[in-house]
Design a protein around this ligand. Structure first.
Ligand SMILES: Cc1cc2nc3c(=O)[nH]c(=O)nc-3n(C[C@H](O)[C@H](O)[C@H](O)COP(=O)(O)OP(=O)(O)OC[C@H]3O[C@@H](n4cnc5c(N)ncnc54)[C@H](O)[C@@H]3O)c2cc1C
Length: 426
């Protein structure tokens, strides 16, 4: 039997806790937030096939079914638009991800708050809120102990840092694993989607995902979240992303009203519907996130302390891979720790195998996010526009240009289960 201590009840830490519990491995999670609703996290996440496959592997059947039931309506494709809203090309969903009858191999728009509720379901007393991790030490018996700012401590056989992009656990354990500013900042906005907004919102913006690409180092990403059940509470998630020099210093300190005023200046001359969209997003749902990317660390020797998710491979949200990669870590670490708990693998081999594979796909995802960000900020050059026009005319060109990037990063890896997944209900 092994006892696992997880720091951080975010997407990755909770998925790991679900996976371990499902396999009978004892796990306790410590989270700095005082309670579940401490953070405003009502925004949409794109879960790709790697994320779905990992959730299927970690979640009990009932929670997996809740995930399928509460995911947003899929479809709508990915549009590349000019700021006058002329469509350059719309990429069909079937090009982004291959079609499959297996629900665990599909992509889903999900509401982050809803997903977190599913991941919390059943963890109960094994999750301790109001516990801010400060440091750890390793005892004479080799077991790590996490110390919290309130003076309490928790000891386990394995300590996992799932404490996000500013991870204190990573800073202590892997001081050479640095991260750098990605040179861009995103401002998140949310427009409620109801009959009123749908009446003026151009049809393309009310579907799927879109990227508005002006001739400047900035872009606007939009994505519809429409609930299947219960109906209602639909919204359009927007992220206005720009090179840092397009923003005032420390934009994350500005309130929603001032951020919106700044975005309105950047979008002057854009289609009136895009300016109205910025204008009508409620200021309390507007905030700025400076982007960071983890530097690829040299391999380290495994120990009873390890890291997952943004704590080790933080990346800009361009391309939507951070949560998906954290979920993949959770599924892989679950699999390896389960084998160690059953005596099939020595504990340090289990952790070392996880880390070697996680470094491979995790830093591929960081590289892809940085590439996607750079492409978005490239300012929509004339050559790019001509290529988009060609792609719009020819399906094989669309498949060649856009098919690879989405599907490749989420393609099944050898250790990931094949079609485990038929949904419990028909
Ligand atoms: C606007 C936006 C949109 C995004 N969209 C997508 C998307 O579409 N698809 C996608 O895959 N990714 C997306 N991401 C990225 C994704 O949200 C992150 O990559 C993901 O949440 C990482 O999960 P995690 O578990 O590693 O960290 P987190 O979810 O950040 O969780 C870390 C947890 O640790 C806790 N914690 C931190 N420090 C301590 C401490 N000292 N002690 C105790 N607890 C601590 C935090 O409170 C938090 O609960 C988006 C991000 C943003 C900002």
């Amino acid at each position: 039997m092994i006892d696992v201590v997880v720091i951080g009840a975010g997407i990755g830490g909770l998925a790991l806790a679900q996976g371990l519990r499902r396999r009978g491995v004892h796990v306790t999670v410590y989270e700095r937030d005082a309670h579940r609703d401490d953070r405003v996290d009502r925004y949409r996440l794109a879960i790709n096939p790697a994320g779905s496959r990992s959730l299927r592997a970690c979640l009990p059947d009932r929670q997996w079914q809740t995930f399928l039931d509460t995911a947003g309506r899929p479809g709508g494709g990915f549009g590349f638009l000019r700021p006058d809203l002329r469509e350059m090309v719309v990429v069909e969903d079937a090009i982004m991800y291959p079609e499959t009858p297996d629900p665990a191999e599909r992509s889903y728009p999900v509401d982050r708050h809803t997903l977190r509720g599913i991941l919390l379901d059943g963890i109960g007393a094994d999750l301790h809120y109001g516990k801010t991790f400060e440091r750890y030490e390793v005892g004479a018996d080799g077991r790590p102990t996490a110390h919290f700012t309130d003076g309490t401590a928790a000891t386990g056989d394995v300590l996992v840092g799932a404490d996000g992009i500013n991870s204190l656990l990573r800073a202590q354990y892997l001081p050479a694993a640095t991260r750098r500013a990605a040179g861009a900042t995103g401002v998140g906005l949310k427009l409620p989607l109801d009959a009123g907004t749908r009446a003026w919102l151009p049809a393309r913006l009310g579907q799927g995902m879109n990227l508005v690409l002006p001739a400047a180092p900035l872009f606007l990403f939009t994505s519809v979240f429409e609930r299947q059940e219960p109906a209602g509470d639909d919204y359009l998630l927007c992220a206005f992303v720009a090179r840092d020099d397009q923003f005032p210093v420390r934009p994350e300190t500005l309130d929603g009203t001032r951020l919106k005023a700044h975005l309105a200046g950047l979008a002057a001359g854009w289609h009136p519907a895009l300016r109205r969209l910025i204008d009508e997003c409620p200021p309390h749902d507007v905030s700025a996130f400076p982007f960071h990317a983890a530097d690829r660390p040299a391999a380290w020797a495994p120990s009873r302390v390890t890291v997952l998710g943004d704590a080790v491979h933080g990346m800009p949200p361009a391309g939507g891979n951070g949560a998906n990669t954290a979920l993949r870590d959770a599924a892989l670490l679950t699999q390896r720790l389960d084998r160690a708990a059953r005596g099939e693998l020595p504990l340090l081999d289990a952790i070392g195998g996880y880390e070697a594979e996680m470094r491979r796909y995790g830093f591929e995802a960081v590289d892809l996010a940085m590439k996607t960000l750079r492409q978005g900020l490239a300012g929509n050059p004339v050559a790019g526009r001509a290529w988009f026009r060609l792609c719009a005319m020819a399906t094989p060109l669309r498949r060649m240009t856009f098919g690879g990037s989405w599907a490749k990063v989420s393609a099944r890896r050898t250790w990931e289960p094949v079609a485990v997944s038929a949904s419990p209900r028909p």
